[in-house]
Design a protein around this ligand. Structure first.
Ligand SMILES: NC(=O)c1ccc[n+]([C@@H]2O[C@H](COP(=O)([O-])OP(=O)(O)OC[C@H]3O[C@@H](n4cnc5c(N)ncnc54)[C@H](O)[C@@H]3O)[C@@H](O)[C@H]2O)c1
Length: 427
């Protein structure tokens, strides 16, 4: 016999079924093995991978297109939606991304940049859209190298297409001085304010609708005008002069609130509305005409602090970190609003000037000037609604917050990188 015929010869021992397999086939043992595998697969799919079988009806592999019921918390919903690169693959338990993609319009401004800091610290991916009208790149410079951060120069009066989960809409020239610069610019600024508030808000609501994002509008206590009710509750409709010098801002924000609610009711967009009362802190524009920044800058420069009117008009002053906490709670919570976000502690302008004197220079002088048109006499938020529904209340008193702002202003006015005076400072 040749070696070839030897190789082709059938070896009965090589093809015999091993005893272990014969054992499995006997007496329906195979059936039990299959049932066992089935139960194990079911447990791993339903119990371990899905957070709850009631949250969505489709498998996690298709999670990017899942339509979740309204009660799924936004952050959890995003966790289910997140990690698009892994779509189709199971994500090991405990490794799911907790990041949200958040757009902050006006994010290089005073409030926006502090909000961005908090969102970045939370681990979110943040896109800032800003035209730098009043904002500064320096306010967000420390995030520029972070791959989770993007800064886009863009005017919100033009549409923009981005993919995000939440939109904080802050973009808006917020201080009176920017629309009182001079008569010609006043008209332009009026127009710009209206455009930003109306067209800008429309564009951002349109974006929220297209990408199914939650939208938060930063409205203002100015919607109450010169209020006839004190303190102001959210149910108060306000006392606004529709043709006055401040009405571009007041009425612009009122229209923005209306648009936001119409998109919510008519198009089912998830929206939130915050009515922000006077806020102060580091990174405020120098010389922007807001009373706290004016007093602090003037006292540091040894100039008299300007009080318009008799100084008995009242305002409440909220430290910026308190506001940011309130905005984030509002965005993450279940309530549309509007919510007053402000510090109910009420100060006259004279009392505020005294606190600034105590903090910076006891010999700082005060100069009285005629009051500006439509200046509200009183402003104080009723924050019971935010307290009850968002569990929020301000925690930083003026005496604690002011020194933090003063050291920032001192650095910017006298520091190595001295900031030039604002182009609006001559008002
Ligand atoms: N700070 C307060 O006391 C206060 C009070 C009430 C309401 N608000 C509201 O909070 C928001 C933020 O206010 P802030 O104090 O940080 O003001 P800010 O001026 O510091 O910030 C506004 C930002 O929006 C940007 N911006 C303006 N118009 C824009 C446009 N058309 N397109 C893109 N970007 C634009 C500016 O460059 C700036 O960065 C505003 O909507 C304001 O109305 C603030």
């Amino acid at each position: 016999m040749t070696p070839e015929t030897n190789q082709n010869e059938i070896n009965p021992r090589r093809f015999s079924i091993p005893d272990s397999i014969k054992y499995v086939f006997r007496e329906q043992r195979l059936l039990f093995v299959l049932v066992g595998i089935g139960i194990a697969a079911l447990i791993s799919n339903v119990v371990l991978i899905r957070p709850s079988s009631t949250w969505h009806s489709q498998p996690i592999a298709n999670s990017f297109h899942i339509v979740e019921p309204a009660f799924v918390p936004r952050r959890i919903a995003f966790e289910l939606h997140s990690d698009h690169a892994n779509a189709g693959r199971r994500i090991p338990l405990g490794l799911k991304s907790k990041r949200l993609r958040v757009l902050v319009t006006g994010g290089s401004g005073f409030v926006g940049s502090h909000l961005v800091d908090r969102l970045m610290a939370r681990g979110d991916s943040v896109i800032v859209v800003d035209n730098f009208f009043t904002g500064r790149k320096e306010n967000v410079l420390h995030h520029l190298r972070n791959p989770r951060f993007e800064l886009i120069r863009h005017d919100v009066v033009e549409p923009v297409m981005l993919e995000v989960d939440q939109i904080y809409h802050l973009a808006c020239p917020a201080s009176p001085v920017h629309y009182k610069y001079n008569p010609v610019k006043t008209i332009i600024s009026f127009f710009k304010d209206h455009k930003t508030n109306v067209v800008g808000t429309l564009n951002m609501l349109g974006l929220a609708k297209r990408i199914n994002a939650r939208f938060l509008l930063t409205s203002t206590s100015e919607v109450y005008g010169d209020p006839l009710e004190h303190p102001q509750v959210e149910t108060y409709w306000g006392n606004v002069n529709p043709i006055g010098v401040r009405s571009c801002y007041d009425e612009g924000k009122r229209v923005a609130e209306t648009l936001t609610m119409d998109y919510h009711r008519g198009l089912n967009i998830e929206v939130r509305i915050a009515r922000i009362f006077n806020t102060y802190g580091p990174r405020m524009c120098l010389d922007d005409g807001r009373v706290v920044s004016n007093f602090v800058a003037q006292a540091l420069r040894k100039e008299p602090m300007t009080i318009y009117g008799d100084g008995k008009q009242t305002r409440s002053f909220q430290y910026v970190s308190d506001l940011v906490e309130g905005l984030m709670r509002l965005m993450e919570g279940d309530h549309v609003g509007p919510f007053n976000l402000g510090n109910p502690g009420e100060f006259t302008m004279l009392e505020l000037a005294k606190v600034v004197q105590d903090t910076i220079d006891p010999s700082a002088k005060i100069e009285f000037r005629p009051n500006t048109e439509d200046d509200p006499h009183q402003r104080k938020p009723d924050i019971s609604k935010a307290n009850e529904l968002l569990g929020w209340q301000p925690v930083v008193p003026l005496q604690e917050g002011l020194p933090m702002m003063v050291s920032d202003f001192r650095q910017r006015i006298f520091g190595e990188h001295k900031e030039s005076r604002s182009k609006f400072s001559s008002v």
